[in-house]
Ligand binder design. Structure first.
Ligand SMILES: Cc1cc2nc3c(=O)[nH]c(=O)nc-3n(C[C@H](O)[C@H](O)[C@H](O)COP(=O)(O)OP(=O)(O)OC[C@H]3O[C@@H](n4cnc5c(N)ncnc54)[C@H](O)[C@@H]3O)c2cc1C
Length: 351
């Protein structure tokens, strides 16, 4: 096999790419324009079991067994203790997953795919299996079409690290701060990430976030932000697999994209490993992966519908709905079911 030929190439080495790569053995190339774990875009909030199942629990910064949702002047606190959440250190989490991969990692930008070869800043590489895990831009699956993020299928989120210390996760709906979106306060041990997100993909959020932080009596230390999809996309395009934000797998409403990227990445990786091992054909794996993702389409639609309601319903209705959702019989119907979504069995994959 020539030096530039691999069994599989994975583009993007964040949540989705690492989840795929840790399932693979054989000649695998993992590409990213940044060092693994170096550029954080997310508040890194996820159920605690995720870090435990993947063997990276040492990255946990703070455990949360309460979630407060503030709508206007109303405030509801949910007990999460059945499935606690946590915030974690992005660098430690990703580097922990990388140690479980046997793939060759190469830091280089990927610009596209041509004649089945992946074009990078370091030349072209080829493999029969290519997985796009490059985030919302989907550098391979979008082809020549530049993704237009504003006005619909993408949310834009911006957050700042602050010194605020708290003991619970908070979401807030305050149309004076962010008219068509939501805000959050995610405590991370030494402080909190406080952010706002526009479901319409409006990206000029720095001024409203700064005003909000000033009103809260706190000062932003550093900002980060990005787009992420808020509706499910295509799992495959031709012979390419798309995982994580590249496949539109971030959950609408809650903007949880880490769990889906890890879960679908895990499933995709297991199927690809079977192709590498000669057990199934690539077409069978593509078809099976589409099937795995399709099973969740109705759940994504339901969350998309609640997201629509969050933008359009009067705030007093939202206050009523959040209060109803906290009571029986509604509460046991969605929680802890939501908390266990995308369950990854401990010990699946990794070196
Ligand atoms: C402000 C904010 C807060 C968020 N908070 C949360 C949260 O608390 N919990 C949660 O579950 N989700 C959260 N999300 C969503 C979550 O971050 C994403 O859904 C998740 O990161 C998707 O993972 P991914 O691996 O698909 O893509 P990404 O994490 O975006 O990774 C893509 C990787 O591809 C690489 N890449 C991109 N283009 C190229 C290229 N051309 N060449 C080479 N490499 C490339 C990037 O460097 C990156 O490493 C948040 C998002 C934002 C913006």
């Amino acid at each position: 096999m020539a030096a530039r030929e691999y069994d599989a190439i994975v583009v993007g080495a964040s949540f989705a790419g690492l989840a795929v790569a840790r399932q693979l053995r054989g000649r695998v190339l993992l590409l990213d324009r940044n060092e693994v774990g170096a550029v954080q875009t997310s508040a890194c909030g996820t159920p605690l079991w995720v870090t435990q199942a993947l063997g990276v629990a040492s990255s946990v910064l703070q455990v949360h067994d309460r979630l407060t949702v503030r709508t206007g002047t109303h405030s509801i606190t949910y007990d999460l203790s059945a499935v606690p959440f946590c915030t974690f250190d992005y660098g430690l989490f990703c580097r922990g997953l990388l140690t479980q991969c046997t793939a060759r990692f190469l830091r280089t930008p990927v610009t596209g795919i041509s004649d089945g070869r992946v074009i990078t800043g370091d030349g072209a590489f080829s493999a029969p299996i290519v997985v796009d895990c490059s985030g919302w831009r989907g550098v391979l699956v979008s082809g020549d079409e530049a993704v237009k993020p504003a006005g619909g299928p993408y949310t834009f989120g911006l957050e700042a690290h602050t010194a605020v210390r708290d003991d619970r996760l908070t979401f807030f709906i305050d149309r004076a701060v962010i008219p068509r979106g939501l805000g959050w306060i995610f405590p991370v041990g030494t402080g909190s990430l406080i952010g706002i997100g526009s479901y319409r993909g409006f990206s000029k959020l720095r001024a409203p976030l700064e005003r909000y932080l000033t009103n809260q009596g706190t000062v932003p230390e550093r900002y980060h932000g990005a787009y992420f999809p808020n509706r499910l996309g295509r799992a495959t395009t031709g012979r390419l697999f798309a995982v994580g934000d590249a496949g539109g797998q971030c959950l609408p409403l809650t903007a949880e994209g880490i769990r889906p990227a890890l879960y679908f990445g895990n499933e995709c990786g297991k199927l690809i490993q079977r192709v590498i091992a000669g057990e199934i054909a690539l077409e069978v794996a593509l078809d099976a992966y589409r099937g795995v993702v399709e099973r969740y389409r109705s759940a994504y639609r339901a969350l998309q519908w609640v997201q629509w309601l969050t933008v359009h319903a009067p705030v007093r209705w939202l206050a009523l709905l959040t209060a109803l959702a906290a009571r029986g019989p509604l509460l046991p119907r969605w929680w802890p079911r939501y908390g266990w979504f995308g369950r990854i069995e401990p010990g699946t994959g990794g070196a």
